[in-house]
Design a protein around this ligand. Structure first.
Ligand code: 5GP
Length: 126
């Protein structure tokens, strides 16, 4: 179900639990600011999620409340993940859902990294 991104941060959301090592994830990268792991239900041959380590519901929440070091660290981590996976030359797509119309399901900011095949038009027509 899409979540209400205006609600307070839920410390029991699935990505908070991954950050606390309470449930496993296939990690591809970690630093002080970010964790990246494979999506459990990949929508492309490469489908990686990059999340900030801080407690932020969405891009809106993160861009409003995170400090400059957190923002720089997170953005650099996304770029690092794509480069390390060899995605720069073939290309890749970044996507961050925020709020109900976007169909965001997990209320911890995450950037999807899709790659590995031609990804087609940006949005579904439906
Ligand atoms: P959203 O729709 O919120 O932008 O995307 C949430 C993503 O999280 C989905 O692509 C979904 O497959 C992924 N996801 C949900 N639960 C888990 C989980 O427990 N582990 C991993 N690795 N991914 C998950």
């Amino acid at each position: 179900m899409p979540i209400d991104a205006t609600l307070p941060y839920d410390t029991d959301n699935i990505f908070a639990r991954i950050l606390r090592n309470e449930i496993p994830a296939r990690t591809v990268y970690e630093d002080d600011y970010a964790l990246a792991f494979h999506d459990i239900n990949p929508q492309a041959p490469t489908h990686i999620l990059v999340i900030p380590k801080g407690a932020y519901v969405s891009w809106d929440d993160f861009s409003a409340r995170a400090n400059d070091a957190e923002i720089a660290g997170f953005v650099r981590a996304v770029g690092h993940v794509a480069r390390a996976a060899g995605l720069v030359e073939p290309g890749y797509r970044l996507l961050a859902n925020a709020g109900p119309d976007s169909h965001q399901e997990v209320p911890h900011l995450h950037v999807h990294v899709f790659a590995g095949r031609p990804l087609g038009p940006m949005l579904s027509k439906t």
